[in-house]
Design a protein around this ligand. Structure first.
Ligand code: HEC
Length: 140
C-alpha cells in the first residue's frame, strides 16, 4: 500500500498525540482525553499560548522590569521574547526543539522548580509548553 506523505503523517501523529496526552499529566486531566487531544493536535502558538504563561509567571525574574523599572535576569535568562528565550541562560539553550524531555525549560517546570516563587504552572499550562516544544518550539 502506497501512502502519501500526508497520510503517513496523520497516522503517526495520532498515537504520538495520545502518548503526549497521557504522559506526565495528572489522571484527572488524562480522563478528559478528548479535550487533551484537541489541544495537542492543534498547533500551539508561541505568541498566543506560550507568551502569556511566561509573562504571568516567569518574566518577573527573567527579563521583565519591576515597578521601579529595574530588570532582573536570573541566570542571564530572558523570557520576554522568542529570540531571547532560544538563546537560553548563561549555560546555553534551555529548549531542544522537538525534544521535550531533554529541554531544561521543561525539566524545571515539570518538577515545579520554576517558577521559583509564585503560583506553579497549572496542568494546562504545562500541556501547552510541552506541546509547543514537541511541535518544534516554533516562533509562531
Ligand atoms: C522568583 C524568581 C523566579 C521566577 C518567578 C522564575 N524563575 Fe527561573 N530561575 C530563577 C533563579 C534564581 C534561577 C537560578 C537558580 C536555580 O536554578 O534555581 C532560575 C533558573 C531557571 C532556569 C535554569 C536555567 C539553566 O540553564 O539552568 C530555567 C529554565 C528557568 N529558571 C525557567 C523559568 C520559567 C520557565 C519560569 C516561569 C514558569 C521561571 N523560571 C520563573 C528565578 C525565577
Amino acid at each position: 500500500m502506497i501512502w502519501t506523505r500526508f497520510e503517513a503523517m496523520g497516522v503517526l501523529a495520532l498515537p504520538l498525540g495520545f502518548m503526549l496526552a497521557l504522559t506526565d499529566v495528572p489522571l484527572t486531566l488524562a480522563a478528559q482525553d478528548e479535550l487533551q487531544f484537541s489541544l495537542i493536535a492543534a498547533d500551539v502558538s508561541f505568541s498566543e499560548d506560550v507568551t502569556p504563561i511566561l509573562e504571568a509567571k516567569c518574566v518577573i525574574c527573567h527579563g521583565g522590569a519591576d515597578e521601579n523599572g529595574a530588570i532582573t535576569k536570573e541566570m542571564q535568562l530572558d523570557l520576554t521574547s522568542y529570540d531571547a528565550l532560544m538563546i537560553g541562560s548563561e549555560y546555553g539553550p534551555i529548549v531542544e526543539p522537538g525534544n521535550v524531555e531533554d529541554s531544561v525549560l521543561w525539566m524545571m517546570i515539570e518538577v515545579g522548580d520554576m517558577p521559583q516563587e509564585g503560583d506553579p504552572l497549572t496542568a494546562e499550562e504545562l500541556e501547552v509548553i510541552q506541546a509547543w516544544i514537541a511541535e518544534g518550539a516554533q516562533n509562531n
